[in-house]
Design a protein. Structure first.
Length: 304
């Protein structure tokens, strides 16, 4: 799917003009891939890399354009069961146009970051910058989910909460690798600033991006370490909850067995005391009640 945009008066706006200078391909089909490869001379391997979720961030210099592959968080779906995944995206910067290729349709120009773009290089850099904030937003959600799961684990023995925590921890591993890969990419863009003809403002913006990406990585690392260090403790909580439940059930079982034994002893088909007594039934009930009170006193003494 192709959507066209134009950079007009510092703003990125959607366009139907055939001469639009920003082209976004969402999950390109075979015809669109053929157009990119044959018409625009985009390298086929690089194009496929932009659709490969396992590809690392990198920059490549082609004869007539620059190819940039970067990592971005994938839009979360409830079917993922709290597993946050990452995706790749490709930016192909020509002298007169910018092409972006992503595997799924997403909202890209809905933020204030794109309100003041002077050049196509600005748009390219802010595409990468936007992914950093996307990571930060997901990290905030992951932290909130983690806190909620912790409360549920403390009050429940359901294994699915532990499994959800494992999914979050796995997500953070993906995020750490992707954020670090983007950091390497930003460093390379800064090192190649003169070759790409970045202005001083764009170089300063790269410095800001590098700082933001480093902070994002540190935040993801902290969340990952917290989840990893508390996983054993939370599993112990579940085990302790199970022990408490078994203890409660054992006490209930014993409490039922003691009076049952007393009543059963007086109902055997043999000669027993009080069998001719007119109040034998009430005496037996009294013995049963007394056994319950004695058991309760003993359990209380043992602090059970």
């Amino acid at each position: 799917m192709l959507i066209k945009y134009e950079l007009l008066e510092g703003k990125v706006t959607e366009s139907t003009n055939d001469e639009a200078n920003i082209l976004l391909f969402f999950g390109p089909d075979e015809n669109e891939k053929k157009f990119l490869i044959e018409k625009l001379q985009v390298d086929e391997h690089t194009l496929n890399s932009s659709l490969d979720p396992d590809e690392l961030s990198r920059i490549e210099f082609e004869p007539d354009h620059i190819a940039v592959i970067f990592k971005r968080p994938k839009n979360y779906s409830g079917k993922e069961q709290l597993l946050f995944r990452v995706a790749s995206a490709g930016l192909f910067l020509f002298s007169d146009k910018l092409i972006m290729v992503v595997p799924e349709q997403i909202q890209l120009f809905d933020r204030k970051q794109f309100s003041k773009c002077c050049t196509l290089k600005d748009v390219m850099l802010k595409m990468i910058y936007r992914s950093i904030f996307h990571y930060l937003e997901h990290l905030k959600v992951i932290n909130e989910i983690s806190d909620e799961l912790e409360k549920k684990i403390n009050a429940s023995m359901d294994n699915r909460y532990i499994i959800n925590l494992f999914s979050l921890e796995k997500s953070l591993v993906y995020y750490l690798n992707s954020i670090n890969s983007n950091g390497v990419l930003i460093e390379k863009l800064k090192n190649y600033a003169s070759r790409i003809s970045f202005t001083q403002d764009e170089v300063d913006f790269l410095d800001d991006m590098l700082i933001e990406n480093t902070q994002c990585y540190k935040q993801a690392e902290i969340y990952s370490n917290i989840l990893a260090s508390l996983m054993d403790a939370r599993a112990s909580v579940v085990g302790n909850n199970l022990n408490v439940l078994m203890k409660t059930l054992t006490i209930i079982t014993i409490g039922i067995m003691v009076p049952t034994f007393v009543v059963s002893a007086f109902s055997m088909n043999v000669s027993i005391p009080f069998e001719d007594h007119p109040y034998a039934f009430y005496i037996v009930l009294g013995f049963a009640l007394s056994s319950i009170l004695i058991l309760r006193s003993w359990l209380k003494k043992k602090h059970w």
